[in-house]
Design a protein around this ligand. Structure first.
Ligand code: S3P
Length: 417
């Protein structure tokens, strides 16, 4: 199969969640252009409404009018989104009121102690199922104290939950990270007038938020999600005589580690910068060679490892992904689901506790049934894998794609010739 054409995937999911949550906390009128239309961000808009804001869509823009957080009359449903659950918990911990958050089976089995514990250190009153480890989560909003955190998991969600709680604390709160994770929360907080210090130290970065309970409302423009662009890029690289152009992609360095990995593998990819942080990305058929992925690079590729596994399966030689234990606690256990996908395609792959060893080949993938465990990124990776398959590929529970990219499969078919 050949892929050719131009595509503009949805707005970045991480930034979309944050735009909507900051619009709720701000008193006033916010507008968001290019917000992700996936189920995850719809859950965020639903939560923002349940907390008292008025949300409308006008001429393709999402408009949010907020009078600040109101105590909700119902359980806050986060759907499939762990990002929403973790960020909203931090954000709400310092508001007066009673908040209960719950999601689907996958979200409610993902670890929440990683945020409940530090938030509790700040004085938050949060309980969760299974000894405060899992959702449903109940928050009894209370006053919070600023604290200093070090040694947390390398997770933007954990950092963000703490920084958002810090908005309403009585003194500054800081998080020191040794391995950089996406800095969208701290950068966006700065944009709405919050005093945030980001200080690079030897071997770490310290982010300090100064409390600010009344942030400014703002208009936001959300660039294309690099994590969605990654599927088309790998699709073009591994398919014969292909070339795609992905429009207006966020190319923040913490989000495009996958491009560095692909370049190391010999990929023909080119960034055509449109502004400081946005580029059109061109990719064309390439002969790939194996690489190792691990260490400090992992947070910058964390969401793209399943599709990088497909790239590794088409590369010459053996690739090793290590230090990626966090994959075990994503929407599915993504080491297990990626391994099952690779094996179904007939790829020679070995499972590690913290990664995978994948030996590539240019033999076509086998006809396969791929069990996705309702994980959108596995379903989309399998769809790209199907473009180099000799036979039919059945992707089970592919409706999960709608959580991040409704219409992905038809866009892919439109590109295919
Ligand atoms: C996200 C951070 C990442 C990423 C997730 C979105 C965010 O999770 O996997 O899809 O928006 O902060 P972790 O930071 O927990 O690894």
């Amino acid at each position: 199969m050949r892929l050719a054409g131009e595509v503009r995937p949805p707005g970045d999911k991480s930034i979309s969640h944050r735009c909507a949550l900051l619009a709720l906390v701000a008193n006033g009128h916010s507008e968001i252009t290019g917000i992700s239309k996936g189920g995850d961000v719809n859950s965020t808009l639903g939560l923002v409404e349940a907390l008292g804001a008025v949300v409308a869509e006008i001429n393709g823009r999402v408009v949010i009018d907020s009078k600040g957080v109101q105590e909700p009359r119902k359980i806050l449903d986060v759907g499939n989104s762990g990002t929403l659950l973790r960020l909203a918990t931090g954000m709400l911990a310092g508001y007066q009121g009673h908040f209960v958050l719950s999601g689907d089976e996958s979200v409610n089995s993902r670890p929440m102690d990683r945020i409940i514990e530090p938030l509790t250190v700040m004085g938050a009153n949060i309980t969760g199922r299974s000894g405060n480890k899992l959702a449903p989560i109940a928050i009894r909003g209370t006053s919070l104290s600023g604290r200093e955190f070090k040694g947390l998991p390398a997770s933007a969600q954990v950092k963000s939950a703490i920084l958002l709680a810090g908005l309403r604390a009585d003194s500054p709160t800081s998080v020191t990270e040794v391995i950089p994770t996406r800095p969208h929360t701290e950068e966006m907080l700065k944009e709405v007038g919050v005093d945030v210090d980001i200080v690079d130290q030897v071997g770490s970065t310290r982010i300090t938020i100064h409390p600010n309970p009344s942030i400014q409302a703002k208009s936001w423009k959300v660039p294309t999600d690099p994590s969605q662009a990654a599927f088309f890029i790998v699709g073009a690289l591994i398919s014969a005589k292909s070339e795609v152009l992905i429009k207006d992609v966020l190319v923040h360095e913490t989000r495009i580690g996958f491009l560095e990995v692909l370049k190391r593998m010999g990929a023909d990819v080119e960034l055509r910068m449109q502004s400081d942080s946005v580029a059109d990305i061109y990719a064309s058929s390439s002969t790939l060679r194996a690489t190792d992925i691990g260490g400090d690079e992992i947070p910058s590729v964390i969401d793209e490892l399943p599709i990088l596994a497909i790239a590794a399966a088409r590369a010459e030689g053996t690739s090793r992904i290590t230090g990626a234990d966090e994959l075990r606690i994503k929407e599915s256990d993504r080491i297990a689901t990626s391994m099952a996908m690779l094996r179904a395609f007939g790829v020679n792959a070995e499972e590690l506790q913290d990664g995978m060893v994948i030996t590539g080949s240019d033999r076509p993938f086998k006809s396969a049934i791929v069990e996705t465990k309702f994980d959108h990124r596995i379903a989309m990776s399998a769809a790209i894998g199907s473009s180099v398959s000799a036979g039919e590929v059945e992707i089970r529970d592919a409706s999960s794609v709608d959580t991040s990219y409704p219409g992905f499969l038809s866009v892919l078919l439109d590109l295919a010739e």
